[in-house]
Design a protein around this ligand. Structure first.
Ligand SMILES: Nc1ncnc2c1ncn2[C@@H]1O[C@H](COP(=O)(O)OP(=O)(O)O)[C@@H](O)[C@H]1O
Ligand SMILES: [Mg+2]
Length: 251
């Protein structure tokens, strides 16, 4: 199996005037492979966004290493950026741009070859079924349409690794399911996808492997079946609670 994401002993601290030093990410390590959907599951404040932002080279770790598609975030950040599509959890779209313009803009931003640009944008619009609203100002779109557009622009340059921060948070089931099926399709195309979630059900449904994160620490990593075996629990919610308690016992 080809390693696409290698994270070793990652640490990130913040200083917060009220809480003092916050260990947002605490000695976190894991590996994700080509063609895998890796879910980072944890409650609010667990450290998911901070981890994904460091992977996307938007924030530097205090210590530890991240390698993506063979490139190191510190020494080859440019190559890392070219190799990823990153969708943040608060993807604001430019209100006065249409999906077609936004997707085109991101393709240009990522140096997509000018020659094939129009064709690629059309392909993406078709793939994501955006046609009906491709030329509408994004400020007029529904939350679901905006989210689909955000995913579309994240993959327009065809990166091998996708980093999606809570891609289905706040969406109704229909749109959430659409997004799940796109994520599964992209995996079948050989992409490596890491996404964060606090939704136990979705992680159980679409992830090949799940990393459970709480208070900045990765408590366990495994397939859903492995996590079920270890915990003796069936439902993700119970599995989650099991690992949180086990971790508290150990420390
Ligand atoms: N810029 C910041 N300054 C201070 N604390 C921060 C900052 N960003 C995140 N944190 C803290 O780091 C922890 C992890 O946050 P985050 O990575 O956003 O978690 P999640 O995405 O899992 O909800 C939280 O305690 C959060 O309050
Ligand atoms: Mg977050």
């Amino acid at each position: 199996m080809e390693e696409k994401i290698i994270i070793k002993n990652l640490n990130k601290e913040f200083y917060d005037p009220q809480r003092g030093t916050v260990k947002a990410v605490d000695n976190l390590s894991f590996t994700a492979y080509k063609g895998e959907i890796f879910g980072l599951l944890g409650p609010n404040g667990a450290g998911k966004t901070t981890t994904l932002r460091m992977m996307a080279t938007l924030m530097k770790p205090n210590s530890g290493t991240i390698e993506i598609a063979g490139f190191d975030i510190e020494n080859n950040s440019q190559d890392v950026r070219r190799s990823i599509g990153y969708m943040s959890s608060n993807t604001a779209l430019y209100p006065r741009l249409s999906p077609r313009e936004i997707i085109t803009y991101f393709a240009e931003l990522n140096d997509y070859s000018k020659e094939n640009l129009t064709m690629r944008v059309e392909q993406i619009i078709k793939y994501f079924n955006i046609g009906d609203y491709a030329d509408t100002y994004s400020e007029k779109l529904s939350t679901g349409m905006k989210q689909i557009t955000s995913i579309a622009r994240t993959i327009v340059h065809n990166p091998p690794v996708l980093i999606l921060d809570e891609p289905s948070a706040g969406l109704d089931v229909i749109v959430a399911q659409k997004i799940h099926s796109y994520i599964l399709d992209l995996k079948n195309e050989g992409k490596t996808i890491i996404f964060s979630s606090h939704n136990m059900g979705e992680v159980e449904k679409i992830c090949d492997r799940i990393g459970i994160i709480n208070n900045g620490k990765l408590l366990t990593v495994g397939t859903i079946d492995e996590l079920r075996d270890i915990s003796g629990k069936y439902y993700m919610e119970e599995i989650f609670v099991y690992f949180v308690k086990e971790f508290e016992k150990e420390s």
